[in-house]
Design a protein around this ligand. Sequence first.
Ligand code: PEP
Ligand code: CO
Length: 451
Amino acid sequence: MTDWTPDSWRAKPAEQQPAYRDPAALRRAVEQLAELPPLVTSWEVEALKEQLAAAARGEAFLLQGGDCAETLDECSSGAITAKLKILLQMSVVLVWGLRTRVVRVGRFAGQYAKPRSADFEEIGGVRLPTYRGDLVNGAAFTAADREPDPQRLLRGYERSALTINFIRALVDGGFADLHHPEYWDLGFVEHSPLAAEYRRMVAGIGESLRFMETLAGRAVAEMRRVDFYTSHEGLHLEYEQAHTRRVPRRAGWYNLSTHFPWIGLRTSDTEGAHVEYFRGIANPIGLKVGPGTAPDRLARLLDLLHPHDEPGRLTLIHRFGAGKIEAALPPLIEAVAKSGKRVLWVCDPMHGNTIATASGRKTRRFDHILDELERAFDIHAAHGTLLGGVHFELTGENVTECVGGARGLTDDGLGADYRSQVDPRLNYEQALEMALAIARRAGAGRAARGG
Ligand code: PEP
Ligand code: CO
């Protein structure tokens, strides 16, 4: 790729970038970032690419999930372990239900920058820049908080490092050992209406594992270690460029701030700076597609981002909304078929289903989310393609941000513990319920096929 450099995006229009008051301070922060060690390695990035290629072939399933936006304050042991636990629990349910390997990718250790629909927000006659994620500014509605601060780029990098360090230590220490799923039970699983179903599944896995180990006469070592990969929206191009590195004995440039960066819907213009940046990095990348993605634009994006049809390179994360997916997904499936290229199809059933309650709070209905997901499975099956993964905004905590689910959370109940500064997340039980629903559906499909 001769005409690409880590900063060739600068010649293109860059959407969603903060306006810093002091360009020299920004330059100093970015220069420091570029000197600091990477957060991930190229061999991990390549290992994930292989796993995503397997998912595209139907030999694995991607579970990607986490906060809409991480915050610098919530970088705590409790919040991180709760996220790992729910992802582990969901993945066990999916392994059991789908009878396939699950690739776990967190929206964490770097998910600090947010696209916004407006540059400014006005409250009571006061006009301030919008909150763009903790990597850029603060959420509180004060002039000081909302001023973009380049030092936050360093704080975000450091928090990402703290997060990934803790995750690696937990995984190495056996936290994710499938022999001991009781380690990652969240406290309130006992009180959940879903507890019995979940525990039955876990007991089944434990039995199968013991059976295999008895047969083999030794422990299944791979079951002691479950890998987690990291992902975030590659939005803030100064930040992403600073992490773009060459590595010994491998060609090309890697973004080593995360394993799997994705391009958000609002920054997926073929002529824009984000697509220019992403086309040159060697990582596996995600691309959000939605109601505004025309098939011919997708065809052009496939040319730009996926020119060599490298297995595992491109994941298309579609997010239409339950009411739109039937009409909007098939033309995109056809565009990909026409290109002849292999992609991994993933459904994000969150971002097309955001609504406002009567009191103006942002929420999502459990039923809409599940509906979009089920339609996605059906549409792909009908077109001979495979839905190879799911993408959720979720938390391991008992927040009240999405309505519905087994406990029937209502609009009125949202006030109890609504924490998200941006999009509403599935809480622990709702997330587990979503995984159980996918597993049940897969089981029913097998039964119907007599398998
Ligand atoms: C997100 O994933 O938080 C997001 C902003 O999604 P999208 O780009 O699909 O709107
Ligand atoms: Co979001």
